[in-house]
Ligand binder design. Structure first.
Ligand SMILES: C[S@@+](CC[C@H](N)C(=O)[O-])C[C@H]1O[C@@H](n2cnc3c(N)ncnc32)[C@H](O)[C@@H]1O
Length: 249
């Protein structure tokens, strides 16, 4: 699908499955793999978090997306989610221009602003997108509107470009807001990210390959880290990221 308009400070890229992504000038990175924005979303998030099967078990089924981007995660979830189940979808986005663009580009969703939240009801889905730095918007919002996430799409830009959304403290916050059956899924298979998840109390599991990446990561609270991954983590001389290191030179 092509865009009607391009959001400020981004440029469009067509990926190899024909779906579009955006390259961010601010982060100097594309929002998706060039091997297919939609295919990657289906693989890592819809299938990775087993959204369709598990939506039957919990009502409402609660999803957190770290990084709205151009909305591929949200739109694909709405498309795949069983029509008779109830979805609560919370997304986080730093860039207000991008959110305004998304609202205009997808008027069919009927989203409107309430302060710093872009929100609405669309069929069986309740959608809220928090505008601002997720490190402060998420904990503040959860104080008044509680969630217990069944699925987390950890889809920030890469740890190198977007380090504050890959620290032990961030993963701890996500754990505290999660249902015991949660599945967190991310495209990253970096040792430092996996160590960060483990240090925050997650059990770390291997996720499948996509495009030119040989592996990805899933994390859960109801099982310990996979023994093979545990061994790799113990042997690797890499540390997890902590908030304290973010401002270090
Ligand atoms: C990889 S893109 C997300 C792609 C999106 N999930 C999709 O399917 O289109 C990462 C997004 O995270 C946002 N972001 C980066 N840092 C953030 C922060 N501290 N708080 C909230 N959003 C942030 C970026 O602006 C960007 O839109």
């Amino acid at each position: 699908m092509k865009f009607n308009r391009i959001p400020p400070k981004h440029y469009p890229i067509e990926t190899s499955d024909g779906s579009m992504t955006l390259f961010s000038e601010a982060f100097q990175e594309a929002c998706h793999s060039s091997n297919g924005a939609r295919a990657e979303t289906l693989h890592h998030y819809i299938e990775g978090c087993r959204v369709v099967e598990r939506s039957e078990l919990y009502s409402p089924f609660e999803v957190l997306e770290v990084g709205l981007g151009l909305g591929t995660g949200l739109l694909t979830t709405l498309e795949m989610f069983p029509p008779l189940q109830h979805l609560r979808y919370l997304s986080l986005e730093l860039d207000r221009d991008l959110m305004n663009w998304f609202q205009e580009e997808h008027q069919e969703l009927g989203l409107s602003w309430d302060g710093d939240v872009l929100q609405g009801h669309c069929g069986n889905a309740q959608i809220a997108i928090l505008c601002g730095d997720a490190r402060s918007t998420l904990p503040t919002y959860l104080q008044t509107i509680p969630y217990s996430f069944h699925a987390i799409y950890q889809d920030a830009f890469s740890p190198r470009r977007n380090p504050s959304l890959w620290t032990v403290e961030w993963f701890r916050l996500l754990r505290e807001a999660s249902h015991p059956s949660v599945i967190l899924s991310t495209y990253s298979a970096s040792t430092s990210v996996r160590k960060g998840l483990e240090a925050a109390g997650w059990g770390v599991l291997k996720g499948g390959p996509f495009g030119d990446k040989r592996a990805s990561t899933r994390a859960v609270l109801d099982r310990p880290t996979d023994p093979e991954i545990q061994l790799q983590l113990q042997r690797a001389p890499v540390s997890p990221r902590f908030d304290l290191q973010l401002d270090a030179p």
